[in-house]
Design a protein around this ligand. Structure first.
Ligand code: SF4
Length: 255
């Protein structure tokens, strides 16, 4: 069944006061059979994976297998999938020929010579192709993670008819930590070693106490996003939507 056009203005006002589990349950109903979530199986991924497994463990979980993950992440992925009874964890990969071309061009280290191209090939392109099979994409991003993310809305519409849902938009790191503890969910094994945000090993460093939690990603570079959350073009919000988005942003910055 196709989802009728959603009233995003109304939904987003309502969802600001809702718990993440209520938003996930709504998404599972509204986009039944056409909803996927993405996960990096990082330190806070257990929260959304747990919520989704409770709503419907058949919801596909898309994982970008870049070939550059820490072995601990791959093991954590297997462990959580088993623990939560996830029925469909799908690995997405770059086109092998294009990948080989980029690796050769950059002498085996594309992540050092051209991280934007590396992320585009290994993350954005496979995700863009995969999302064509779905009507909505659920992500665990949170407003206080990066400047770009400060202005996300809980439900957004993208060109091509894709909706993106961020049930944890208002979560803090502390909320995530408590959620994992409360539900007895194991933490990523590298978390205790100072890795608060974890992506591919060439672009992830442990951080010191007091550092920004994402400062270990692409450390020493101006790059802050892999491109997954900036690539898709949002359908232009109405003037009223824009006003609300600015208000949402102000609220998140006050927290
Ligand atoms: S995070 Fe680094 S290694 Fe992973 S795809 Fe991006 S540039 Fe390449």
């Amino acid at each position: 069944m196709l989802t009728s056009k959603l009233d995003l203005e109304k939904l987003n006002i309502e969802f600001e006061a809702r718990k993440p589990q209520e938003i996930v349950a709504w998404a599972a109903r509204e986009f039944s059979g056409r909803l996927a979530m993405t996960s990096s199986f990082g330190p806070e991924s257990g929260v959304l994976l747990h919520l989704v497994s409770r709503a419907d463990p058949h919801i596909p979980v898309l994982f970008l297998e870049t070939g550059y993950h820490f072995p601990e992440t791959l093991k954590y992925k297997e462990d959580l999938a088993k623990l939560f009874g996830l029925k469909k964890v799908i690995e997405l990969r770059a086109d092998p020929a294009k990948k080989n071309e980029l690796v050769v061009k950059h002498a085996g280290v594309p992540y050092e010579k051209d991280p934007d191209a590396c992320c585009y090939l290994n993350k954005v392109e496979p995700m863009d192709a995969a999302l064509k099979n779905y009507g909505a994409w659920m992500s665990g991003i949170r407003r206080h993670q990066t400047d770009f993310r400060k202005s996300i809305r809980i439900v957004e519409e993208y060109e091509g008819g894709l909706y993106k849902i961020s049930p944890l938009a208002n979560f803090t790191s502390r909320d995530a930590w408590w959620y994992l503890k409360e539900h007895n969910i194991p933490q990523h094994p590298l978390f205790e070693k100072g890795y608060l945000s974890i992506g591919c090993w060439p672009c992830t460093r442990p951080i010191q106490a007091g550092d920004d939690e994402r400062s270990g990603r692409w450390a020493g570079k101006s790059k802050k996003e892999c491109g997954l959350h900036t690539f898709f073009k949002e359908v232009q919000p109405t003037i009223k939507d824009k006003d609300q988005k600015e208000k949402d942003s102000d609220i998140s910055m006050d927290i």
